[in-house]
Structures are given as structure tokens and as C-alpha cells.
Design a protein around this ligand. Structure first.
Ligand code: 9MR
Ligand code: ZN
Length: 757
């Protein structure tokens, strides 16, 4: 039968293992190795013609037809056919023996999913009937749980059964109807951990699988698998513009020949223009032709929309003086909501209030030493606390305080410390600094890289993560970042708390001493069975440079200046990220030290590159066509850098580009999302953020990671394979590589909003 269909190459991230969500638990590792296996899964298109649908009524549903084979694994040629493993306390090796898949199990752990074999890369359509079948045997009598489950949240099963295995091969076959909403990215799991009541499964043994097949039995009632929403053809900053700001809209429908800006309250056109063929350009990262219209002359307070000649309209947006006040406040309160180790006040955190979490002592990895490292912010959608990204967040807050008068005076954001005479952003940053001080080893001066459980927590509230906290080993990058922010804090907090400033400076100097004895140490990698985030970084030169700069500013000791002057002659990674931090040092050097021509030149080179990138993007972003995990941080960081450079270089033109970084984040992008939760006309509602997932509502004020063309989670692979980088964003909690949130994505947003509001 005639049926249009496209083949979706489903990339199984095996060795790459960027992040693996699994049955009841999440496991992420950070190896950068390339993807190992590509399998093909057929996913049918939504583009089926009317004709074929009618003709085939009865055996064709939306996207699927009777007899479609979605999984067909035979393990010939010694190939595991894209099957993967997840462990949560168990131990096994996956391989192929004589054309059968073999789980060679040495420990079954404590949980039924302690050992898991899984397979991704297929979809389930609601109301479609399927048959799952496979052959299985084991070298001992033991239980197996097979299931197809949702691959995130509570990991509940769409179909599941527990069976008893023995040495005889059994052919298992199960029909089921997908009764829940269509799922583009479920997971087939074989749970081979420990099961009570089925004999002794603790002895080493092997379980063999063959002929694993998932087939469509009856597609007549099958409903569609929804893709991502169609973006608007006219995109603007959904939160609006300040009266005098530059205002651009991007149009992506090439049949448009003109536009008008309409005042929504009276329907009157306040600006209009034509779009001619020369106005159209190509954005390769979005894979779209676009035209830009400038309506900066619309300056009066009001609510507007841009309407184009085809009748399409942008979302409505305000123009006024206070358009960013609420989002600014919410983006700071998000950090309060991420606080760990103390009770969150309901009057601030609302539904996200909770009792003190993670209050137990942490064990220093590889020892019996228990240490109090309570406090600090949860990093992201997980509850890990990591020094490296924490330092970036603190620095961004302090820079916002230093560069914006409004922020420096604002003591009324509404956190518990508001009104205490210390600006709120400094209070908030101090919460992290106090924790960071506890992360320093009192003997060596080195700083522990992170404190997390061994694995990522399940989708639970912070108070319900009860796993033993472990302090991962000291790293140079954590110690360098620590030295930098502590030295800076010693300067900034002195007027508010001289004793704290002294403590910070002494800690920074001890950290610097550690660094002196550890030049050339290898970068951080996860120790033992720990699989939480690594914040791995190929170079620590930038961290050393930044630390030396802040210590020079704090102490005026020339030994630090000598270090800076020799470091900038070498290869340093300049950036404002968690990995590349060189510009933090360069900028503060320029602000504080008179003789800074070399540093100014470094800054100028950086922002001039951003300006070149700006010209390549139809939506104002300066990432140069790169859309990676956390691309929204890159956009926000670039906005910061442009503002910082405009100060140092005395050139206001950089500020316009900075404004467009904010505009991109708040809606002028090719997916039409205002990327901050709770704000804008189309806003992320399903962030990968455990508190939001458990409560079923997104915590407000969080900047999500955004477009990521590398498709680094199974959900993104399933729904974004046909899109180019700048459009690879999906608002789904399973997509941790597009839709997670972090403290250090919020902090450059806070800086931008502080400056531009
Ligand atoms: O933001 C990090 C991103 O740049 C990396 O590509 C990614 C994979 O290593 O990790 C991101 O950081 C995550 C961290 O490892 C654990 N907490 C959640 C962070 C955001 O996804
Ligand atoms: Zn906590």
C-alpha cells in the first residue's frame, strides 16, 4: 500500500553516554567519545495524504500501519543491536554470544532494576495494538521483569510482566494496547536486578535474549505521535521592550511582502513597511530564510503586535519602562528556591517551600571522613552541588551588583534577607560562598569538586533524596574558581562584613597555595562508581589566570600580577562559562588595574568575533551557529560580555547587540519560546527539574538550556532528528539536554536583566 514514510536514524548514544535516563533512576556520564552505534527505526510521517489514509482505513492509523516492525533485534554479527545497560547497585556485562544477547551478571544488587538492559528508538501511538516478543533463557532459575516504560518522571510502565526464567529457552509474546497518550520516546527494559521470592539470584549467572520484536498488530485506531509545535512566522521578544530600546522582529515566511505594528488597545497601525526580495537572507543554523524589520520608533507605552501581509501575527508584547521587572525578580528568587540545607520559606518559595534538605554529613570519597558541607544551591534539575558552576553563578551576581546601580541598591527583592542593609544579590551569592568555604580541605587548601550522591536522584523532591552524599576529590578547576570568587568576595563584602571578607581572602590564598603545588594535575573525572555531572574541563589555565587576577586586585601583591602577565602570553580559554572563565579575569583586570592595554585587546578581539557572529543569525544570537547543551547560557554570556566590553572599551554599539541576546532568550528565536519558565506567551511548562516535575508545575523564573543540535538525550533524538541546531528545542521533562535549568544559566540572565531593565 502506498504510504509515505521517512526513516529516522536513531542514534544510540552508547560510548558517548552523555546522559542516560533509565528505569526508575537516571544515570548520566560525560564521556565525550563519539556515538558508537546507529540503528534505524522507522517512524512514519505526519504527512500522510488524505488519499492513502482513506484507502487504507482499518489497517493504517496515524503514523503507523498493521505489520510495522518497530524493533527487530537478532544479535547476528556479534552486534548488541543498540541495546544498552543501566546499573543501580548491580553488576553485569552486556555482550553477544553465538548470536544471542548475553547479560553476564555478577551481582543483582538490591533493586529489581539494579541491572537493566534497555533499548530506545521507537514510538508508541495511543490506541494502537502491539505485540512484544522475545526468546529468553538463564543459566539459573531467576525472575525477569520486562516492560516498556515512559523514559522519565515516574518511569511507569505501559506494559509489564514478571516471569520466571530457567535454562530452557522460552518464547515470550505479549499483546497490549497503548492506552496512554502517544509517546515518541519510550524505553524497552529488561530488569535483571534482585527479585524477592524467586530463589537465590545472588550467584553469578547469565541471561540470554534473542529475536526481540515489537510489531504493530492493529493500527486502525492509532492516534498521532505529536511532534514539536510549529513556530510563529513572526518572532519578537514576548516580554516586550523598553521605550527607547532597539526593536526588531524576524519574519520567516518568504511570501510576506509587508508588515504593520498594531497597537492592540485601539487596533491602530503605528508603524508599517514593505519587505522586498533583497531583505531575505539565510540562517543556516535555523535552516530558514528570514527578513528582519525594525520598529524601534514605536516608543510609547502600550501593548502591540506585528502583523504581516499573509495575516500571520506575532505574539502581543508590551512597550514600557517596567517590562522586565517581574522576570528579573523571579530569576533571582529561582536561586533562593534552589537553596539546599535550610528551610525554604513559603512566603518566598510558594509551593516550592520545603524543610531543610541534604542535612547529613558527606563522606570524603575513598575515606571514612565525614564532613559537614551543608548549604549552597542545588545545581540544576538534579540536587548536586558543584563548586565550578557555583563559582560562575556567584561571579555573575557580584558583577551584576557592581555594574548596575539599581541592583547595587536593591534590598527588597523579597528573599528572607531583604531589608538587612545588604543588597539582595550579595545576600544570595553569600549563601553559596558560605557553602563553598565548607568545601575547602582545611589541610591542603584544595577544594572538593562536588558533593552529590553516587547516582542522580530519582524524580523526587529534595527532602526525599536520602542517598549518602559523597565529596568527590579535589580538582584544580574547583580550587581555581574558588580562589577567584573568594578573593573577589573579600573586596566586595568588606564594607558589609569585614570579618567575612578576611575569611574569604585567607581561604583564597590557601587555595592559591594548593594550586601552586598542583600545576599540571589532570582534569577532574568521576571517581569509582560516581556518575553525577563532571563539569570536565580540558584546561585549568583560565582558572589559574582568573584566580591570580582577583588575588592581585585583593592584595596588590605583585607575584599575582607576574602570573597574569605571563599567563596571557600563553593559550588561555577565554569565556564566561563554567568551563572557560578567562574573561572574568580579563574584565576585572581592566576595571581595577590602570595598565591594561593587553587585557583590553583580548576583550576587544572576543567581542568583535561576537559582532561577526551576530550578522550570521536571523534572530540576533551571537553563538556563531553553535547550539550545544545549554546554548542559552552562551547567548546570555555573550550578552554579558558585550556589556562588559562596551564599558571597558567605551563603545556603546556593543550594547545594542547585548540587547538582542536578551531578545533572543525571551522570544525572538526560531522556536517562538520565551525560554524563561512562567513568562511569555509560549513558555516552557515541563522543565527537567525534579521539584517542578514532582509538583506538576514549573518553578517560575528559570532559564532552560534551549536549542541543542547535538541531540543528547533519547527524547531529543526521537523528536528533533529532522531539525537543524537552532530549532532543536523541545519542552519535555525527559529532554534534559534541551529543557533542564541551572543556577549558572540563570545568573547571566540575571546580569542581562539587571543591566537592561
Ligand atoms: O551544563 C552542562 C553542559 O554544558 C554539559 O554539556 C552537560 C554534559 O556534561 O552537563 C551540563 O551540566 C549538567 C551537570 O553535569 C549536572 N547537573 C545538570 C547540568 C545541566 O544539564
Ligand atoms: Zn538539598
Amino acid at each position: 500500500m502506498a504510504k509515505m514514510r521517512r526513516v529516522l536514524a536513531v542514534t544510540m548514544a552508547a560510548a558517548m553516554a552523555v546522559s542516560m535516563m533509565t528505569g526508575c533512576g537516571e544515570k548520566k556520564t560525560d564521556s565525550t567519545e563519539a556515538q558508537s552505534t546507529e540503528t534505524e527505526a522507522e517512524v512514519s510521517t505526519e504527512e500522510q495524504t488524505e488519499e492513502t489514509t482513506t484507502e487504507a482505513a482499518g489497517d493504517v492509523g496515524e503514523n503507523v500501519a498493521d505489520g510495522d516492525v518497530l524493533i527487530d533485534l537478532t544479535f547476528d554479527d556479534n552486534d548488541t543491536d543498540g541495546c544498552m545497560t543501566y546499573f543501580n547497585g548491580g553488576q553485569a556485562e552486556l555482550g553477544v554470544e553465538n548470536g544471542e544477547l548475553c547479560m553476564d551478571i555478577t551481582s543483582t544488587g538490591k533493586l529489581d532494576y539494579a541491572n537493566q538492559m534497555y533499548y530506545d528508538g521507537f514510538a508508541l501511538n495511543q490506541d494502537c495494538v502491539y505485540e512484544l516478543s522475545f526468546d529468553v533463557r538463564s543459566t539459573i532459575d531467576r525472575a525477569l521483569q520486562y516492560r516498556i516504560q515512559i523514559n522519565g518522571g515516574d518511569y511507569h510502565a505501559y506494559v509489564q510482566d514478571d516471569i520466571t526464567l530457567g535454562t530452557e529457552t522460552q518464547h515470550i509474546s505479549k499483546q497490549f494496547t497503548m492506552v496512554e497518550a502517544s509517546d515518541p520516546a519510550p524505553r524497552l527494559c529488561m530488569n535483571l536486578g534482585h527479585f524477592d521470592g524467586t530463589g537465590d539470584d545472588s550467584v553469578p549467572h547469565k541471561v540470554y535474549f534473542d529475536n526481540v520484536v515489537l510489531k504493530v498488530v492493529d493500527a486502525s485506531k492509532a492516534q498521532k505521535v505529536e511532534g514539536i509545535p510549529e513556530p510563529k512566522t513572526v518572532n519578537i521578544n514576548q516580554l516586550g521592550y523598553k521605550n527607547d530600546a532597539k526593536k526588531l522582529a524576524t519574519i520567516t515566511d518568504e511570501s510576506v511582502t509587508g508588515y504593520e505594528v498594531i497597537n492592540v488597545s485601539d487596533g491602530k497601525t503605528v508603524a508599517s513597511g514593505n519587505i522586498v526580495s533583497d531583505d531575505w537572507h539565510y540562517d543556516s543554523a535555523a535552516d530558514e530564510r528570514y527578513a528582519i524589520v525594525d520598529f524601534s520608533d514605536v516608543k510609547d507605552d502600550g501593548t502591540y503586535k506585528v502583523k504581516v501581509s499573509t495575516g500571520d501575527e506575532s505574539y502581543e508584547f508590551p512597550v514600557g519602562d517596567k517590562v522586565y521587572d517581574d522576570v528579573y525578580k523571579a530569576s533571582v528568587i529561582m536561586l533562593y528556591d534552589q537553596r539546599c540545607g535550610s528551610e525554604l520559606d513559603e512566603s518566598v518559595a510558594g509551593d516550592f517551600a520545603h524543610a531543610a534538605c541534604h542535612t547529613g554529613k558527606a563522606i570524603v570519597y575513598g575515606s571514612d571522613e565525614a564532613k559537614d558541607v551543608t548549604g549552597g544551591w542545588h545545581d540544576a534539575g538534579d540536587y548536586g552541588r558543584y563548586v565550578v558552576p557555583g563559582a560562575k553563578t556567584v561571579q555573575d551576581l557580584i558583577l551584576a551588583y557592581e555594574s548596575s546601580d539599581k541592583v547595587a541598591k536593591d534590598d527588597s527583592i523579597g528573599i528572607p534577607e531583604s531589608g538587612n542593609g545588604v543588597p539582595d544579590v550579595l545576600d544570595e551569592a553569600r549563601y553559596e560562598l558560605d557553602w563553598m568555604l565548607k568545601m575547602q580541605d582545611s589541610v591542603s587548601g584544595g577544594v572538593y569538586h562536588k558533593v552529590t550522591g553516587e547516582v542522580f536522584p530519582e524524580t523526587v523532591l529534595a527532602v526525599d533524596e536520602t542517598a549518602q552524599m559523597i565529596l568527590s576529590p579535589i580538582s584544580n578547576t574547583a580550587t581555581g574558581d574558588f580562589a577567584a570568587v573568594m578573593a573577589k568576595a573579600s573586596v566586595v563584602y568588606r564594607q558589609y562584613d569585614a570579618e567575612f571578607a578576611d575569611t574569604c581572602l585567607a581561604a583564597a590564598e590557601r587555595a592559591w597555595k594548593y594550586l601552586g603545588g598542583h600545576e599540571g594535575d589532570p582534569g577532574f573525572v568521576n571517581a569509582g562508581d560516581i556518575v553525577t555531572g563532571t563539569y570536565s574541563d580540558g584546561s585549568d589555565r583560565d582558572e589559574y589566570l582568573w584566580a591570580a587576577t582577583e588575588l592581585y586586585i585583593a592584595t596588590k601583591d605583585e607575584k599575582y600580577n607576574d602570573f597574569v602577565k605571563s599567563a596571557i602570553k600563553q593559550t588561555v580559554k577565554y569565556g564566561l562559562g563554567w568551563a572557560d572563565v578567562g574573561y572574568y579575569g580579563i574584565y576585572d583586570y581592566c576595571v581595577n588595574i590602570k595598565d591594561c592595554d593587553d587585557e583590553k585587546a583580548i576583550l576587544k578581539e572576543g567581542v568583535d568575533d561576537l559582532v561577526k557572529n551576530y550578522g550570521k543569525c536571523g534572530f540576533g544570537s551571537t553563538t556563531g551557529g553553535e547550539y550545544v547543551w545549554g546554548s542559552n547560557m552562551a547567548v546570555a554570556d555573550n550578552g554579558m560580555l558585550l556589556i562588559m566590553a562596551s564599558r571597558i572599551l567605551g563603545d556603546d554599539t556593543y550594547l545594542e547587540y547585548a540587547g538582542d541576546q536578551l531578545n533572543y532568550l525571551l522570544g525572538r528565536n526560531p522556536v517562538s519560546y520565551c525560554y524563561v519558565t512562567g513568562f511569555g506567551s509560549q513558555t516552557p511548562e515541563n522543565p527537567h527539574h525534579r521539584p517542578s516535575e514532582v509538583l506538576g508545575k514549573a518553578m517560575p523564573g528559570m532559564l532552560v538550556g534551549g536549542a541543542n543540535g547535538n541531540l543528547e538525550d533519547p527524547y531529543a533524538k526521537a523528536v528533533l532528528a529532522d531539525y537543524s541546531g537552532e530549532r532543536c528545542y523541545v519542552d519535555n521533562a525527559q529532554s534534559f539536554s534541551c529543557n533542564e535549568v541551572t543556577i549558572y544559566w540563570n545568573s547571566p540572565l540575571i546580569y542581562l536583566l539587571a543591566e537592561l531593565r
